[in-house]
Write a protein that binds this ligand. Structure first.
Ligand SMILES: Nc1ncnc2c1ncn2[C@@H]1O[C@H](COP(=O)(O)O)[C@@H](OP(=O)(O)O)[C@H]1O
Ligand SMILES: [Mg+2]
Ligand SMILES: [Mg+2]
Ligand SMILES: [Mg+2]
Length: 412
């Protein structure tokens, strides 16, 4: 019997010996397909049929079906959001208003980026339920005193859409608020969910340093694609300066799809090239990345680990998931992140970066050696600390990390 099964953004066609007749429609209510109630439109569904459906869905994910359409939409959305953020950052730096206490220009870019990405993704896939797990919500923006800010965000979003030829679209303030609030999804192990950090590295953005627009797609709890737009990351390596190449372009876009590798292109649109993590096996030759902000990651612990490993190069401290991007193209060999005990990592801070590195041949884990699990909702449940490197270096890195954590604990 031939059936069509609606799963997340796809309708798949299956020839399967189902035990009872199953009638499948597109989800008529357009509600998010992320709970047991996701198939209210299936009739006569016996338990064994449900089991078969799950098996079919699992097999589809395992077979790494193509996410080409979603990837193209994600690249477009992240690139446009990068354009919006660049505009705000340029104005911020020129007008010299980046007083550390004044968060409003950042807020404008964060909200604008989230509204734009949310709007574009929903528009690209109108016939499927839209689920987005994103950092911002519109709570503060709906307050009366935020009227001017909301006006500016709406202007920015519309101006950015025009730069991409979408002259016929104009979002109202209410449309912008709704697009932002579409990011309230809880994610989870079933169905498809977009995951967005509209500006990752807010502190870097304020300083005029590194930041990223980070967008990923989860399917059945696994990250299946990721895009990292890094407007201030040089296109050439930030650590290996090859004198023979005079490459001074700034703005790197990384993208990865499960089973298809990681690519990089310049944000202004050069052809994509495939990237790989470094092949270095000797930790003494490795260099490592960590947060610029000491409050986000213990610099003491990472330097202890680096000494243990014999790493000679000083740490490379940059903001945001640009670290994952730089690692994916071999600028450095290791990324370490050790937040204070009790800090809960959010999935939007790692999902896109994780797949960009994984598809470039790298590995990521928590400090206990467990893989990162993006299926648990808005947070990553892990043993505090994330380490990322190539396959060869991971065992010695993990050993050095665990020894150093023990030493620090016993020294207290
Ligand atoms: N005390 C803390 N410990 C660890 N991470 C923190 C933190 N406070 C904020 N962060 C996260 O660190 C992210 C930036 O990462 P990095 O340190 O690599 O630049 C922030 O993302 P946003 O800038 O999107 O808020 C935020 O989610
Ligand atoms: Mg972030
Ligand atoms: Mg952010
Ligand atoms: Mg933030």
């Amino acid at each position: 019997m031939n059936v069509s099964i609606g799963v997340g953004h796809h309708v798949i066609h299956v020839h399967a010996p189902l035990t009872r007749g199953v009638l499948v429609h597109r989800n008529p209510t357009n509600t998010p397909l992320n709970s047991q109630s996701k198939f209210p439109f299936l009739f006569s569904l016996s338990l064994s049929t449900a089991t078969q459906l799950r098996a079919v869905r699992g097999a589809r994910v395992a077979a790494s079906m193509s996410y080409d359409k979603q990837l193209a939409a994600a690249k477009k959305a992240a690139s446009l959001a990068a354009r919006l953020c660049q505009k705000v950052q340029t104005a911020l730096l020129q007008s010299d208003v980046q007083s550390k206490s004044d968060q409003s220009p950042v807020t404008v870019a964060d909200y604008g980026s989230q509204a734009l990405v949310s709007f574009i993704l929903e528009k690209e896939f109108p016939s499927v339920p839209f689920s987005l797990v994103a950092e911002e919500d519109s709570g503060d923006l709906r307050k009366e005193e935020s009227g001017e800010t909301l006006h500016r965000i709406t202007e920015l979003v519309n101006e950015t859409l025009v730069t991409d030829g979408m002259n016929d679209i104009s979002l109202s303030k209410e449309d912008v608020l709704k697009a932002i609030d579409n990011g309230k999804s809880e994610g989870g192990p079933h169905g498809q969910h977009w995951v967005l950090d509209p500006i990752d590295g807010t502190k870097g953005f304020l300083r005029g340093d590194q930041y990223a627009i980070a967008l990923a797609l989860l399917d059945e709890g696994k990250v299946v694609l990721g895009v990292l737009a890094c407007p201030n990351l040089p296109f050439a390596s930030i650590t290996r300066r090859d004198q023979s190449i005079s490459e001074d372009r700034v703005g790197s876009l990384f993208f990865a799809q499960v089973g298809a590798g990681t690519y990089m292109q310049s944000l202004d649109g050069s052809p994509p090239t495939k990237v790989h993590v470094t092949a270095i096996e000797n930790p003494e030759e490795a260099s490592f990345f960590e947060s610029y902000e000491a409050a986000h990651s213990s610099h003491d612990l990472s330097s202890l680990i680096a000494r243990k490993l014999g790493v000679k190069a000083p740490p490379v401290r940059i903001d945001s998931q640009a670290k994952y991007g730089a690692l994916s193209r071999g600028d450095g060999a290791i990324y370490m992140r050790f937040p204070r005990k009790g800090y809960r990592e959010k999935i939007w801070d790692h999902a896109a970066g994780y797949i960009v590195v994984a598809e470039a041949g790298g590995v990521a884990s928590d400090v206990a050696g467990n893989p990162l699990d993006f299926s648990r909702g808005r947070y990553l449940d892990l043993d505090t600390g994330i380490i990322v490197t190539n396959q060869k270096l991971m065992p010695s890195l993990l050993k050095a990390v665990q020894e150093s954590i023990k030493e620090k604990a016993s020294a207290l």
